[in-house]
Write a protein that binds this ligand. Structure first.
Ligand code: AMP
Length: 284
């Protein structure tokens, strides 16, 4: 596994791979790797001639009161783990090399970013699309791998690729969960023992809503109420949003009539913000 820190060196390798017609899978991450990240890396290793993973805690996607300074890091463990997977290239750029002094360029997808997570994190997606644009130019991937865990992010990246004609395909991988159903997240390490137990309500409430839909419930108000009631049984859960919406436009629905719906939610447990979602297919 080759470790590259210098963006120019990364781009030179990527250009060489492109000239040699090697297919390149790229997995952007912020590190503190868990089995969710690993599922993306494994998919890329399986699908492509070469795989590049980046670890970069991107400052522009954090709001002023968010956890940038405390974001979990475990670079030695992450490196070991990626080495054991026989990864080809690990890209570890420094903040000042990605955003040098007098950096002035931002990339923004509109519309899709004003909903769900964009409401409580108004600058988040601008940071994501900016850093992904930079990383895509440095790694020149054939395919970029993202997790359904960050569902809205996958739609935003899809739109970025389409609108700016990046010659890159996006592959979205399923959510990896702990045995008890909690979606894996680097932020789960912030949770206290009690908060970790309360966090189980997140996936349970999504399951409940899915079950109600399968039983024929089509009224979004009733579905949201069921989710809210289940979450609210734990006093330490504070709901940020619950959305039942169209899975492509993210426009909120009031009554379910279409083939598939997205149920997405975000909650705070203490200072930790957790998200989860599921796509539910409506029986005809
Ligand atoms: P992050 O390091 O949190 O920026 O995540 C890097 C990538 O891993 C993103 O595409 C995430 O959607 C994906 N990811 C994070 N958690 C999971 C999970 N539990 N299952 C699948 N993919 C995940």
């Amino acid at each position: 596994m080759e470790i590259i820190r210098d963006p120019k060196a990364m781009q030179e390798i990527a250009i060489d791979l492109f000239k040699r017609s090697r297919s390149v899978g790229f997995v952007p991450t912020m590190g503190a790797l868990h089995d969710g990240h690993v599922s993306l890396v494994k998919a890329s290793l399986h699908d492509n001639d070469e795989t590049i993973v980046s670890i970069f805690v991107n400052p522009t996607q954090f709001g002023p009161d968010e956890d940038l300074d405390d974001y979990p890091g475990s670079i030695d463990e992450d490196t070991k783990r990626l080495k054991s997977l026989h990864l080809d290239y690990l890209f570890l750029p420094k903040k000042e090399d990605i955003y040098p002094q007098n950096y002035l360029t931002y990339v923004e997808v509109q519309g899709l970013t004003n909903r769900l997570c964009g409401l409580s994190r108004p600058t988040h997606f601008k940071g994501v699309t900016t850093v992904c644009s930079i990383l895509f130019h440095l790694t020149l991937p054939t395919v970029a791998y993202f997790g359904q865990k960050d569902y809205q992010q996958t739609l935003v990246i899809e739109k970025l690729l389409k609108d700016l004609h990046f010659p890159i395909t996006i592959k979205v991988m399923p959510i990896v969960r702990d045995k008890d159903g909690l979606a894996l997240s680097s932020r789960n390490q912030y949770l206290s023992g009690n908060e970790r137990i309360s966090a189980l309500r997140i996936n349970q409430s999504l399951e409940k809503a899915e079950h109600l839909i399968h039983e024929g419930e089509r009224n979004v108000y009733i579905l949201k109420k069921a989710i809210t009631e289940h979450l609210s049984k734990s006093k330490d859960i504070h709901i940020d949003y619950i959305s039942i919406c169209h899975p492509k436009t993210l426009i909120d629905l009031t009554q379910l009539t279409i083939g598939k719906v997205l149920i997405a939610l975000s909650v705070y447990l203490g200072g930790t913000r957790l998200i989860d979602n599921r796509i539910v297919k409506l029986a005809n």
